[in-house]
Ligand binder design. Structure first.
Ligand code: ADP
Ligand code: MG
Length: 214
């Protein structure tokens, strides 16, 4: 089972990993954007994790993700704020008002987050955004579930799809977001939102990859 304690731990790990990557993400955003992406993501996940820690023990999985969404949105002024807030609200809906969910349903959280980001940002694959990571990762999650793979097997495929998706943004020209104004000059550089999305999915894969199926 994936419990509220598991989700609280996951957000602590997300906050820690993204904080450690803050300068690297700002550097990537400095090349094709405005150099604030590391700050946005680090502040967002720090706020989300703190807000989850502050919840009472009766809080449900949905409460945790909705609380994280609100905290992320309030902490982040950049465009990643509403994108991740929507992703986390979709995850809340998928997780439901319960204290735990079966591990077999956990990949649905990745699918839900990807749908939230797509519906909020209206970017398609190939536009050099975080969608180029979240969409293939969600496809890997869905396919793994359809094929009845175990959670560790599924997140291994999610991790691979995310890494490939992030790398692929190097050869894309940005047509959405701040870097779109660079046009062809965005070529050759990894998209910062794609890089951070792969980091987020790596943390999830590290955590869930150690889990069995019970
Ligand atoms: P800002 O561009 O406002 O400074 P951030 O630096 O936090 O915001 O995030 C930039 C990232 O947001 C980009 O690298 C890209 O991945 C992502 N992004 C921008 N616009 C969109 C969109 N419409 N849909 C999905 N992702 C987007
Ligand atoms: Mg930025």
């Amino acid at each position: 089972m994936l419990t509220t304690a598991d989700i609280a731990r996951l957000f602590r790990q997300l906050a820690e990993t993204i904080r450690a990557a803050r300068d690297e993400l700002c550097r990537l955003d400095g090349v094709i954007g405005d150099a604030d992406h590391g700050i946005a993501m680090a502040d967002g996940f720090a706020a989300a994790s703190s807000a989850i820690e502050a919840l009472s023990v009766e809080a449900t999985l949905a409460d945790q993700f909705n609380t994280a969404a609100k905290a992320f949105l309030n902490a982040v002024g950049a465009s990643s704020g509403p994108l991740y807030a929507t992703a986390l609200m979709r995850a809340a809906k998928a997780a439901g008002a319960r204290a735990e969910m079966p591990l077999t349903e956990a990949p649905m959280l990745i699918v839900a987050m990807a749908e939230g980001i797509r519906s909020r940002g209206k970017a398609e694959q190939g536009e050099k955004t975080m969608v180029d990571v979240w969409t293939p990762a969600a496809a890997a999650a869905e396919q793994g579930m359809a094929n009845g793979l175990s959670l560790p097997e599924i997140v291994a495929r999610v991790r691979y799809a995310a890494a490939e998706g992030a790398e692929a943004t190097k050869s894309m020209v940005a047509t959405k977001g701040r870097s779109a104004r660079l046009g062809e000059r965005s070529l050759g550089h990894i998209d910062p939102g794609a890089a951070s999305a792969a980091m987020v999915l790596n943390v999830i894969a590290d955590d869930w990859g150690q889990r069995g199926t019970a």
